[in-house]
Design a protein around this ligand. Structure first.
Ligand code: SF4
Length: 233
């Protein structure tokens, strides 16, 4: 069983090129201070978060067959759920494509999902350069796991993208360039602008995002490392 903390019934942007629904799974092993999803991350907020039962969710998917093409699994960190593979299997059996958002901390799960052909698209966050990980995300992170996930995705057995949310107090231009050098050769890399909205650390709500022009300037320098490199607002 997985714990579902939210459902967005239609999205045209979460699953590239597909009309999809997004399901929000509870729990995360990171504590990124800029995170917008504290209700799925912090235990005291998780307790208060209303749940959607698996039955309710699958009834919804059955109703929407033919109208939706895919389901995006996001969180929190979906790969923390031991039953993720069987949950996805049930979604696939209904004929949906599946996209997974991940922080890359569970390469074993990624490998399993890819080998079992349960997944059609993976979007993995690259938070900061390797040496800054644990400090930036507020949790002790084994960056070898992150590197392993990068390697698995770059093998290209499944369509994928890397992406980073660029936060002024966390990232200087050089940090984004370091990240780009770390994952160079990847198919797609997106720079996403930070939104100062209901962040885990309330101080981050006061931070003014970088301008789009600044992100485009960084993009110009790193685009050569990737098949596609874009700025997402
Ligand atoms: S941004 Fe993602 S990885 Fe970071 S705490 Fe939030 S849900 Fe977890």
């Amino acid at each position: 069983m997985v714990e579902i903390g939210g459902l967005q019934k239609t999205t045209l942007i979460d699953f590239p090129g597909r009309i999809a629904a997004t399901v929000f799974l509870i729990g995360c092993n990171f504590r990124c201070p800029w995170c917008y999803s504290s209700e799925l991350v912090l235990p005291e907020k998780i307790k208060k978060q209303p749940r959607i039962s698996e039955k309710e969710f699958f009834d919804f998917l059955k109703e929407r067959k033919g109208l939706l093409e895919g389901v995006c699994l996001t969180g929190g960190e979906p790969t923390l759920n031991k039953d993720l593979a069987s949950f996805i299997n049930k979604i696939k059996k209904l004929g949906y494509l599946v996209k997974l958002d991940t922080n890359g901390s569970n390469p074993e799960m990624l490998k399993k999902l890819i080998n079992d052909k349960l997944i059609n698209y993976i979007a993995m966050d690259i938070k900061v350069p390797k040496e800054k990980y644990s400090k930036a995300v507020g949790a002790k992170i084994d960056t070898k796991k992150i590197e392993e996930s990068i390697k698995i995705l770059k093998e290209g057995k499944v369509d994928y993208e890397f992406r980073s949310t660029i936060v002024p107090s966390i990232h200087k231009k050089e940090d984004v360039i370091k990240v780009a050098e770390w994952i160079r050769g990847a198919k797609k890399y997106y720079l996403q602008n930070f939104r100062p909205e209901k962040t885990i650390d309330p101080q981050f709500e006061k931070i003014k995002p970088y301008s789009k022009d600044f992100l485009l300037e960084i993009k110009k320098e790193i685009a050569k490392f990737f098949g596609i490199c874009e700025v997402r607002e």
